[in-house]
Ligand binder design. Structure first.
Ligand code: ADP
Length: 374
């Protein structure tokens, strides 16, 4: 089957960043997204304006596409299954998403594969927590929304009152030393490819910075590669998949979360790698051989530009300042409105030497320009 049109469920910045790769590979992108103002409308050859979980709209998307993929996994899986049975080709297939969409079921799936996860439990009415712990909504959490770190009974009661009626997962608080992420891909023929492992830094549970690559003990790097390979093969996944991990002070690796799609922690690859995660994903789902994920520079740092106010601004002045930073690449997602915490863009800076201190200083410089006194 020759893939010429790729349907993407979701029209945010992740779909928007597929544009360059789509052009290079000669494929067209058709997106399903709720609003004409969403970033990927600007680069799509066609679109279906509808919510992500509108399966009737996905049926229309499928009519316009040779294969359908996901930039957003908050879909109505049961309704989509009928489309898959009628022959719509989802890549990854829906069976890959099925064990991942609910964070509790995801933990169970990983645990059954003997992959390392924090201790976890579903919150039932008689559940007795011990502190500290982390409470998470089982579904639809993203960018830290729905994740609460709990220190004591008062915070527990307040969080439960706040999240009432939503199915919840509780897990041990992991006193991690670092957070890591692995972006991997698997092709139709079963070829496997792993990007250099990165360190991510979160502020208030939202990713702020990514350092690529991260220096790890060889045994840790091998363990992460093995976890990633096991996971993609067990899922029989096609496309890019992201794995967020904790590394503890005693060098224990635990999986935090799996995303069955391209991911924020892989944005550095757009400018830093021979093949970006976006091209890799399109290659995989189009049935092409995978590209080389190797970095073209010894070090890269990526900083998210998060909204810090409600405003309708394109922040032209700040973007101009960011562009003055040597070897920097500013990606501005073109969203019509800024809101606190909203991902508005990102900046990647490439370094000619591997120098973590220099990369940290660049991240600070970017944040000083972007956030100023905010
Ligand atoms: P989301 O799905 O919204 O990204 P995550 O579950 O990945 O939420 O959590 C966001 C951040 O919260 C993580 O990157 C980490 O910094 C922190 N976090 C999540 N779970 C734990 C945990 N069990 N222990 C310590 N910190 C955690």
């Amino acid at each position: 089957m020759v893939v010429q049109r790729i349907g993407v469920i979701g029209g945010g910045q992740l779909a928007w960043m597929m544009a360059g790769a789509a052009k290079k590979l000669g494929v067209k992108l058709v997106v399903q997204t709720p609003s004409k103002d969403d970033p990927a409308i600007a680069i799509a050859s066609d679109w279906v304006l509808a919510d992500i979980d509108d399966a009737a709209a996905t049926a229309r998307l499928a009519c316009l596409s040779d294969v359908v993929t996901f930039e957003n996994e908050f879909v109505d899986l049961t309704a989509l299954q009928q489309l898959e049975q009628r022959g719509v080709r989802f890549r990854p297939r829906l069976g890959v998403l099925a064990p991942l969409l609910d964070k509790y079921e995801q933990r169970q799936y990983l645990h059954h594969l003997n992959l390392p996860v924090p201790q976890f439990a579903a919150v039932t009415p008689d559940f007795e927590p011990s502190f500290p712990c982390v409470l998470k909504t089982r579904r639809h959490g993203y960018d830290g929304y729905g994740t609460v770190i709990i220190r004591d009974r008062t915070e527990w009661d307040a969080a439960l009152a706040n999240l009432r009626d939503r199915p919840l997962l509780v897990e041990e608080f992991v006193p991690f030393e670092r957070e890591l992420a692995a972006i991997a891909a698997r092709s139709v023929s079963g070829e496997f490819s792993l990007y250099p492992i990165v360190e991510t830094q979160q502020v208030n549970q939202v990713c702020r910075r990514v350092f690529a690559p991260v220096r790890l003990e060889p045994s840790i790097a091998l363990q992460i590669e093995s976890i990633t390979r096991t996971l993609l093969e067990s899922l029989d996944a096609i496309g890019v998949l992201a794995i967020e991990l904790f590394l503890t002070a005693d060098q224990k690796v635990l999986i935090n979360e799996i995303a069955p799609r391209v991911h924020n922690s892989g944005h550095f690859s757009l400018d830093a790698c021979e093949t970006s995660q976006f091209e890799q994903h399109l290659r995989a789902i189009a049935g092409l051989p995978l590209g080389n994920p190797v970095m073209r520079y010894p070090q890269a740092v990526m900083v998210n530009l998060l909204g810090y106010e409600v405003a309708q601004s394109d922040y032209a002045e700040k973007r101009k300042q960011l562009e003055q930073i040597p070897h920097s690449f500013t990606h501005w997602y073109g969203k019509s409105e800024a809101r606190p915490g909203r991902k508005l863009g990102h900046v990647t800076v490439l370094l000619k030497q591997e120098d973590r201190h220099a990369a940290e200083a660049i991240a600070q410089e970017i944040e000083a320009i972007w956030y100023g006194d905010a």
